[in-house]
Design a binder for this molecule. Structure first.
Ligand SMILES: Nc1nc2c(ncn2[C@@H]2O[C@H](COP(=O)(O)OP(=O)(O)OP(=O)(O)O)[C@@H](O)[C@H]2O)c(=O)[nH]1
Ligand SMILES: [Mg+2]
Length: 453
């Protein structure tokens, strides 16, 4: 189902600003835009106009630009009214457009139309949302590259290679009398393996892209006074959390987005873990444990001077935390500036360990590196584009399909079955760029956009 009515929305962010933009798209956009502007609009020209409602009241002094389809963002006729950035004024302009028969756009509907009109593919449409949501410069760069089609190009190359191989296999079936048996001579097997290698390279890059785009949540936990809030402030490079010498200072969960060498990290400071009869502190500890269970990575802090000693196993850490640990855990020995120089970081054997001082900054680079290594983030130079978990899932399915094709070939040598496996591989790759898509999938993707995109 495709809507072909004319839609409108405020395209700029909520709130006041120097300029605010109302965007119209659809078959009536031009005539309604000209009605509001009170003049005809030349394509791609900035017109200084008085915007009036149908009753003739002046609503704003604005710049109006018409982008006739198909050379527009949505591929339809688009008009942008660049008014003053007042929510009241913009809503009035929007109402005036609606009174002329325009419908208010759903979230992401402009991008959805751009996709449906083949201006961008699905991965590029998702990159628009990722670019707008980017939390670090590296993430923004990566999303822009996806929007420009870098990721899509790699997917299309893979799809092209799958198609070529399918044609090759099917040709082999069509000419069974040829001297050479294509399927048995090992050539198809080699080509399948090569394709598998190419696919794996894209999967690795997409895995980095997901980290770059979505980032991770990193939870700081440990006994009261272990130095969690001090580490939070050091990593965030600002005084977010209250630090005192009194154990049990932090009670609420504190969140701070940070840029860890390009990796967007949601840093979470929690209440020191201990049994407390104080109901406020007890609630803080309960919330701390809940955050640990939801985390992508846990930093478990142990005060270098603490008498509780160093945990020897993962189970021991789990016992101290009192919650199920995430797969990635880094042990942090804190306050090492208080130790004599000869002392080393105790080993745990199972878990990576780093010694730091939030006070002097010692060990902070090692800690960042340990976190990056734990989550498998190679660094923003290696991550050239952003991707989403949905894409990774489709790539995994494509890889399974390729493995199945190889298995089929070895077990049966039946070309038609291999060709069918390859068809499925092609389909999984196609889901990424939206060559195949369902209304349900599109609904899921575009409803997470905000209105006006
Ligand atoms: N010398 C030294 N003192 C530190 C360091 N980090 C923290 N401290 C001190 O240790 C005390 C506790 O620090 P916090 O950061 O509040 O510890 P916390 O783990 O957040 O404590 P709670 O919120 O009570 O669980 C404060 O007096 C800090 O100044 C460090 O690296 N070196
Ligand atoms: Mg604290």
């Amino acid at each position: 189902m495709r809507d072909t009515d004319t839609i409108a929305a405020v395209a700029t962010a909520d709130g006041r600003g120097g300029i605010g933009i109302v965007r119209l798209s659809g078959p009536e956009a031009l005539s309604i835009g000209e009605g509001l502007a009170g003049r005809s609009l030349e394509p791609r020209h900035a017109h200084h106009c008085r915007i009036r409602d149908p009753a003739g009241n002046i609503l704003d002094d604005a710049i109006v630009i018409a982008f006739p389809g198909p050379r527009s963002f949505t591929g339809e006729d688009v008009v942008e009214i660049q008014g003053h950035g007042s929510p009241v004024v913009l809503q009035q302009i929007l109402r005036a457009a609606v009174s002329q028969g325009v419908r208010l756009a759903r979230p992401g509907e402009f991008s959805e139309r751009a996709y449906l009109n083949d201006r961008i593919d699905l991965a590029q449409a998702e990159a628009i949302a990722d670019l707008i949501a980017a939390g670090t410069e590296a993430a923004a760069r990566g999303a822009l590259r996806s929007l420009q089609g870098e990721f899509s190009r790699q997917i299309h190359d893979l799809m092209e290679a799958v198609t070529m191989l399918r044609v090759y296999v099917e040709a082999a079936m069509d000419f069974p009398d040829e001297d050479v048996d294509f399927l048995a001579d090992g050539d198809v097997e080699i080509r399948l393996a090569e394709l598998g290698d190419d696919l794996d390279a894209v999967r690795r890059a997409a895995g980095q892209g997901v980290l770059l785009g979505s980032g991770i949540t990193l939870v700081l936990a440990g006994a009261p006074n272990a130095g969690k809030s001090s580490l939070m402030n050091a990593l965030a490079r600002r005084d977010t959390a209250i630090v005192t010498a009194i154990p049990g200072t932090t009670r609420d969960v504190l969140r701070e987005p940070i840029d860890l060498d390009g990796l967007p990290v949601q840093l979470i400071d929690t209440a020191g873990l201990r049994d407390s009869s104080d109901p406020v502190e007890a609630e803080g500890v309960r919330r701390a444990r809940a955050e640990v269970e939801r985390a992508d990575c846990l930093l478990f802090l142990v005060d270098a001077m603490a008498t509780t000693g160093w945990p020897r196993t993962r189970e021991e850490v789990e016992l101290r935390v009192g919650a199920k640990l995430p797969a990635r855990v880094v042990l942090v020995q804190s306050k090492i500036d208080l130790l004599t120089p000869a002392m080393e970081v105790p080993r745990n054997g199972e878990l990576p360990a780093v010694a730091i001082s939030a006070l002097t900054g010692e060990g902070m680079e090692d800690l960042k590196q340990a976190i990056r290594r734990q989550v498998g983030f190679a660094g923003d130079e290696q991550s050239t584009f952003t991707a989403r978990a949905r894409h990774l899932h489709a790539l995994d399915q494509a890889a399974d399909g390729l493995a199945a094709a190889l298995e089929t070939l070895r077990a049966t040598g039946a070309g038609d079955l291999v060709a069918e496996d390859l068809r499925l591989v092609h389909e999984h790759l196609g889901e990424i760029v939206g060559a195949v898509s369902s209304d349900a999938l599109l609904g899921r993707i575009f409803s997470s956009f905000c209105i006006g995109k």
